[in-house]
Design a protein. Structure first.
Length: 1064
């Protein structure tokens, strides 16, 4: 072998088979895409894609990483032999990269926009290009009369952006049009938000001109300035990327520039027969939308197909996905609606792709999942070696890891009825003759008769009340006009005496939320009380009593300081020193009479006086004029306080309570009991006036009997009125009415507070176990078996309760409990506790770490910035692929979080190292490091599999594996970071235990960024739960970082713990 060939081989080995270089490339890749998300936040997604994701150097980095991975695999096989599990897993990553490359370079994607009855064989590309058209004339309507064939010069040329120099790299080399030279050179590209986007002038060069530019970096609105030279004539032309065209005259020719998608012709046509949107009953929130299309192809007969979310049309290599839709708007941009208030739909938007890389990508995904599972069970894998080491130390017996979810089903709305059909009830005399129950079914008929009997009896009782109500009203009226402190205290004490039986009947009344979901008054009252007071109870009142007080004695409630306000600036404006203010504190005292008058009779004059009396009116107005992204913390606090004021406005609460079932599934509120909303109620089209009369009687009787109960402690008649209304809702509520099992489940879930209670048990148990284990290690004593077993039993019981809570939430909500930020934190806590219960049950340090992490996750969930309400799902989230993707990827956070906790524990133990006095500390560090690495292996495998399963979901839902969304990007960053941590041992550093634990602690910051950073800081991308909120970094984050680095520095002084083959 020649010297040159040896040098060449060494060069190839160093470039493509070097483990240190491979780790560096992984770290560089993770840093690059992480940086891209900050570029997106600052300059918009178009710039981020152009500067990083679509750049030449990023393509080289991808290729280099793939070749390096392949080279390291070959080198590993040569020296250590072929290991099926390890090499299958890593080969899968190479296959996925190859599939991605095929998709990138040979596939394309775009959109097809169709109106009803329209057909098309063209799609618009998703990427934007500079489209150039040379023509000889302009028509009367301003369009070109093109005398060139479409493919001769109407080309698409890609534009490159740079946010730093505001300069495009685009240059069109000299071309010929009509035998004359044409060149286009970019001068600049600036990111603008335009108040008035462009005005097309009628001067000779006909170039569009920007008007009233206002810089807005994050918006993807750009203006490009080009220098165009044709036939010796030069013009500067401005083009926006919002679809407008720039037209300039060059002698007897016109050149048109447009910056936008290019058109791609398909070998067939698609015709839209009908577009349909189905909303959740009683709301404007879509539950599904679908396009009824026909494929028109000369090679075969036309055939119809229904495209909807997660139901894809495949034809001749093209896939059509239901993406979104457009609504009709007037000249001012306002949505147009039909007579029933539903939006008028202008067009459907279908996502289209042609992806030759799908098969190799799916093969790679399959190999990835098989390899990941194999790695856990292969006797020659790193995971099993760590397990054997720990067993040899007699500190932990590892049960084989298993993780599965028993049931994954396609999420469907809780209610089968779509709201598109009517089931109007006919009333004659006392009771309905038709209901939504099926009279042909014997069981339903029996249920129908039972409901009718209850309704008749309750109806008679209600009518009997009317004879004595006037006397009762006169008797208690004076008791509610007295606003002295003692009288208010007496009324509150009377409210607290409401019997459990009556309270439960009140709690079981069903209402419809703004998203169309039917829920209990118990649920709504809990939400309202927490929103206003920030507490579960107030002055001894539980949430149902609190809501009843707002409904029947609002004048009393407005005098109580029950609104939680923590912003000092707002408190200074209100002139209050405490953290709780009353409704009346929000207004000037001399204007209170006008405020109460406006709440009763809201005419223009009274509303004007209301505004003058309102101390926060100016601040609310200012905040409302700002965009969400422009509002600071003060603005947000002002708007939250304004919302609370609106709820507490006397009798306003009745407008929120949509508790009257309606035949069109849009339940309606009573409105102000003193000004019965007869007009609105009559829109329900009751076919007999008796039903309307009964509802009015109930409202009057309910308010009166509640006041009688509060004042005189006589609750029987209120109980009977509630019985009537429960029966009425059950009879006419139709398919929306919740069945008794669901009602009891929701009541139980609200009453038990499973998750907050579990939080305290997890935290206390975690801290207790830590101190017990820590003292035992330092004193070199064994923990009594009875104590360890007791702690495990407690942890197991809390975990079971936590699991039952998630199952209940799943059942009540009708979908898997990980669809929003709050639910995902519940699930992360569950996964953390699972690791402690099943895998780490005999290591006290590991078990305490799992318990404490679960408690912290639940603590974060209940800090107040996450909404715990159960809501309906958007159509795209109704997919079993989503269930699998989220379940796996979020559970990985629990295992990676455990590695973090064990890393912190080990760094603390490093500080207390003393080889002579406490040699057991060193062995404990090594064992805990092994446990931590096992947990990290499980976590990263789940993270990788979950991330790529998310690609399957995305591809099956809207035809795109990967869109460089901030959340999925940071998931990939986390994969890269943890891959580097796990492979560092192959570099054989001197003090591996210390280095590993430091990296395990620092690596968790990528998970925190993936979850919290994307949601609450970047606020970009479709995965962000809190888009536009809170761009500031909390001070506690800086404090936490300072403490972590201080611990790392202290542990560094005693880092000299060697790692040998005899250890892990």
């Amino acid at each position: 072998m020649t010297k040159l060939s040896i040098m060449f081989k060494a060069l190839l080995n160093n470039l493509f088979a070097s483990m240190p270089l491979s780790i560096f490339l992984m770290a560089l890749y993770a840093a690059s895409i992480g940086w891209a998300t900050f570029v997106e936040k600052e300059y918009g997604s178009i710039v981020a894609y152009d500067v990083i994701y679509a750049s030449w150097w990023f393509e080289i980095l991808n290729l280099w990483l793939a070749l390096s991975l392949f080279g390291c695999m070959l080198k590993s096989i040569k020296y250590y032999g072929f290991k099926v599990s390890v090499h299958t897993f890593h080969f899968a990553l190479i296959v996925i990269i190859i599939g991605a490359g095929i998709t990138r370079y040979y596939g394309f994607e775009g959109n097809m926009v169709l109106e009803d009855g329209e057909s098309s064989s063209f799609i618009e590309s998703r990427d934007h290009f500079l489209n150039v058209l040379v023509s000889n004339d302009i028509g009367e309507n301003g369009t070109q009369n093109d005398i060139l064939p479409l493919d001769s010069f109407k080309k698409g040329y890609k534009i490159s952006l740079s946010p730093y120099v505001r300069f495009s790299k685009f240059n069109l080399d000299t071309k010929e049009a009509f035998d004359k030279p044409l060149s286009i050179k970019s001068l600049s590209i600036i990111n603008y938000s335009l108040n008035s986007l462009f005005e097309q002038t009628q001067n000779e060069n006909r170039a569009i001109k920007p008007q009233e530019f206002e810089v807005k970096k994050r918006e993807n609105h750009y203006v490009a300035q080009f220098e165009v030279t044709y036939d010796g004539i030069t013009h500067t032309m401005l083009v926006s990327n919002r679809g407008e065209r720039a037209i300039a005259r060059f002698g007897n020719r016109f050149i048109t520039l447009s910056w936008g998608p290019k058109f791609i012709q398909l070998p067939f046509e698609l015709k839209l027969d009908k577009f349909e949107v189905l909303n959740y009953p009683g709301s404007q929130m879509p539950s599904s939308f679908a396009s009824y299309v026909r494929v028109i192809d000369g090679e075969r007969d036309e055939y119809p197909f229904k495209i909807f979310m997660n139901n894809v049309l495949d034809y001749k290599g093209y896939r059509f996905f239901q993406s979104e839709y457009r609504v009709k708007r007037d000249e001012e941009g306002n949505e147009l609606h039909d007579e029933r208030g539903n939006p008028l739909y202008a067009a459907t938007i279908l996502s289209v792709n042609n992806d030759p890389g799908k098969i190799p990508t799916y093969i790679g995904y399959t190999l990835l999942v098989l390899g990941a599972l194999w790695l856990l069970f292969d006797s020659d894998s790193r995971f099993r070696k760590l397990s054997n080491y720990i067993k040899s130390q007699k500190i932990l017996s590892i049960a084989l890891f298993f993780f599965g979810l028993a049931v994954f089903h396609v999420n469907t709305p809780l209610y089968a009825d779509t709201g598109m059909e009517s089931d109007a009830k006919e009333f004659t005399h006392e009771l309905p003759q038709e209901t939504s129950l099926d009279d042909n079914n014997e069981k339903n008929t029996h249920m129908d008769m039972q409901l009718r009997e209850k309704y008749i009896q309750a109806n008679k009782t209600l009518m009997a009340h009317m004879e004595t109500n006037k006397e009762s009203a006169d008797k208690i009226a004076p008791l509610f006009t007295d606003m002295s402190d003692e009288a208010i205290r007496n009324r509150l004490e009377g409210l607290k005496k409401m019997p459990y039986k009556t309270l439960k009947r009140f709690a079981k009344i069903q209402i419809q939320g703004v998203d169309g979901r039917i829920k209990l008054l118990d649920t709504y009252s809990d939400e309202i009380m927490r929103k206003i007071t920030g507490k579960k109870e107030f002055k001894g009142l539980e949430h149902n009593q609190f809501l009843l007080g707002l409904m029947v004695m609002p004048e009393t409630m407005t005098k109580l300081r029950l609104i939680k306000v923590t912003n000092k600036e707002i408190l200074d404006i209100l002139g209050v020193r405490e953290n709780y203010v009353s409704f009346e504190d929000l207004f000037h005292k001399d204007g209170l009479e006008d405020v109460y008058a406006a709440s009763m009779f809201p005419d223009a004059d009274r509303l004007e006086k209301f505004q003058k009396a309102y101390k926060l009116y100016h601040f609310v107005n200012t905040a409302l004029k700002k965009r969400d992204s422009e509002r600071n913390e003060f603005d947000k606090q002002i708007l939250r306080l304004h919302e609370k004021m609106d709820i507490l406005l006397p009798f306003s609460i009745w407008h929120y309570l949509r508790m009257i079932p309606s035949h069109d599934h849009s339940w309606i509120p009573f409105g102000n009991p003193n000004l019965l909303n007869i007009a609105q109620i009559e829109q329900n089209e009751f076919k007999d006036s008796l039903e309307l009369t009964l509802l009015i009687y109930f409202l009057e009787d309910f308010c009166l009997q509640a006041r009688v109960g509060i004042a005189l402690n006589e609750w029987d008649k209120l109980n009977e009125a509630l019985l009537f209304y429960n029966s009425y809702q059950a009879l006419v509520g139709g398919s929306l009415y919740l069945n008794p099992t669901l009602v009891e489940s929701e009541l139980f879930l609200n009453k038990t507070d499973i998750f907050p209670v579990s939080q305290y048990f997890y935290l206390v148990l975690g801290m207790l176990l830590f101190f017990i284990a820590f003292i035992a290690i330092l004193s070199n004593k064994q923990i009594p078996k009875w104590l360890g077993k007791s702690c495990y039993i407690i942890l197991f019981c809390v975990f079971v309760a936590h699991t039952l809570g998630l199952i209940l939430r799943w059942y009540v909500g009708g979908h898997a409990p990980w669809s929003n930020a709050y639910e995902s934190m519940l699930y992360i806590a569950w996964a953390s506790a699972l690791s402690g219960v099943i895998i780490l049950r005999k290591s006290y340090f590991a078990m305490c770490g799992a318990s404490f992490l679960a408690g912290m996750a639940l603590t974060v969930a209940h800090w107040g910035f996450m909404d715990p309400q159960i809501g309906n799902l958007h159509p795209v989230l109704q997919s079993y692929w989503l269930n699998i993707h989220v379940a796996v990827i979020v559970a990985s956070y629990g295992f990676l979080g455990l590695s973090f906790m064990l890393g912190i524990t080990n760094l603390i133990l490093f500080v207390f190292r003393n080889q002579q006095k406490r040699p057991q500390v060193d062995s404990t560090i090594l064992v805990l490091s092994a446990i931590s690495e096992m947990s990290m292996i499980i976590g990263i495998l789940m993270l990788i599999v979950g991330t790529f399963l998310g690609g399957v979901w995305a591809n099956e839902s809207w035809g795109r594996y990967w869109g460089w969304d901030s959340k999925e990007t940071w998931s990939l960053v986390s994969v890269g970071v943890y891959a580097c941590v796990l492979h560092v041992r192959l570099l054989k550093p001197l003090y591996l235990p210390y280095i590993y634990n430091v990296l395990a602690v620092l690596a968790f910051s990528s998970i925190l960024m993936t979850y919290f950073g994307v949601n609450f800081y970047l606020g970009t991308g479709m995965h962000a739960y809190a888009r536009g909120e809170g761009n500031s970094v909390n001070v506690s984050i800086y404090v936490s970082l300072l403490l972590v680095f201080a611990l790392v520095a202290l542990a560094f002084m005693k880092r000299k713990l060697l790692h040998t083959k005899d250890t892990y």
